[in-house]
Each structure stands twice: as C-alpha cells, then as structure tokens.
Design a protein. Structure first.
Length: 210
C-alpha cells in the first residue's frame, strides 16, 4: 500500500459544498486543495502526485466534462470522480467512457464518496506502477546502439538471422552477436520476451501503421 498522503482536488463553484467536503476529507486523513472553478485548477495546475479530482459537472465557464477533456489532452492522468446535483445519464455515460472513475449524485453519502476516492487512488497507483515499468523498459532500450536497435526491430517482427543479415548488408555471424548483446542489455532470455517488450514500447504498433 502506498503511504504517501493523497491530495484530493475539489473543483466546485458551491462554496458551502467545498467547505463541507473539505472538513470530511481532512477528517478522513486526506490533504485537500480547493478550487472554485475549473479555470482556477487549470491556472494553478498542480504537479502530478498521488490523489484524485472531485469535479462538479455544471459550473460557470469551463464545465466539468470540458475540464476532463482538457486535462486528457494535456496528458494529465489524475483520476476524476464527478459529482453532480443534476441527474444526467448521457453526461455520466460520456464521462465514464472518457475515463472518469465514478459519477456520483449530490448529496452523496460519506461512505459512498470515500469508497469512490479509494478506488480512484487505487487506479492512480496502478497507472503510476505501469508508468514506472514502462520507463524502466525505455531505460534498458536506451542502452542499445543504433545497429542493435535495427536488429531488435527486425527480430521482433519474426525475421531470421539470415534475413536480417541480408537486409542490413552484414554477416549472419554479426547478427548473432548483435542478438546476444541485445538479449543481455534488455535482460531477457527469449524472443518471446523481446516481442513482449517491443509491444509495451509501442514498436510493433508503429510498424503496423507504417
């Protein structure tokens, strides 16, 4: 379990709601940051950290769904829990499809809200762990020489040593040496592991689109 104290960002134009939910969340052990508008959150966008966003749907100016879209476009992946005083099924469906963790109706019960926040934090932890694993793979791949990267790209596409040697204008023996070096640098023991790594790095998708 992550021991870092989460920050819950509350974006709502209702001052009384912000005050009430702030007291509730602080009593539950969370740090809280309050924003009376989506624009204010965008103007002082916090650095990514463990937490989530409690976001009102209807607000003057930038609405909750519009803020969700803007954050997604920026690659800002903090989980969002929507809160609304207006039952709106199409909006809720759209928000969930766009990646929102939950869509709750006001007034929301304490246990329901805290449970939604915990799910959002679990999702944050999962995303953070995936990101860390991907960065570790990128760091390993960065150690490859330009020629090793060429060989790697061909190996994971199913090319045999003889075919790779012909394509790159070198000897099969040289390709075998490159493959051995690639396996060592990437810390894998089979072509299947190389293919899995290439998929996670997006190499095979890029090949299909080329």
């Amino acid at each position: 379990m992550n021991d870092e104290m989460p920050v819950i960002h509350v974006v709502d134009d209702d001052a009384s709601f912000r005050s009430a939910v702030s007291r509730l969340l602080r009593a539950a052990g969370y740090q809280v940051a309050l924003y009376p508008s989506a624009a204010q959150l965008l103007d002082s966008l916090p650095a990514p950290a463990r937490g989530c966003i409690l976001l009102d749907v209807r607000m003057p100016g930038v609405t909750g769904p519009q803020l969700q879209d803007r954050l997604a476009g920026m690659g800002y992946a903090t989980p969002i829990v929507f809160l609304t005083g207006h039952g709106d099924l199409p909006t809720s469906v759209r928000a969930i499809k766009a990646g929102a963790e939950d869509f709750l109706a006001k007034p929301v019960a304490k246990d329901t809200l805290l449970a939604a926040i915990e799910r959002a934090l679990e999702r944050y932890d999962e995303m953070h762990a995936r990101s860390a694993r991907l960065q570790a793979l990128r760091d390993l791949a960065a150690a490859l020489t330009p020629r090793e990267r060429e060989v790697f790209a061909l190996v994971v596409r199913g090319k045999l040593n003889k075919q790779i040697a012909h394509e790159l204008g070198t000897s099969e023996r040289t390709i075998k040496a490159h493959r051995h070096s690639i396996m060592q640098k990437l810390k894998v023991h089979s072509v299947a592991e190389l293919v899995s790594m290439a998929e996670r790095l997006g190499m095979l998708v890029a090949s299909g689109e080329a």
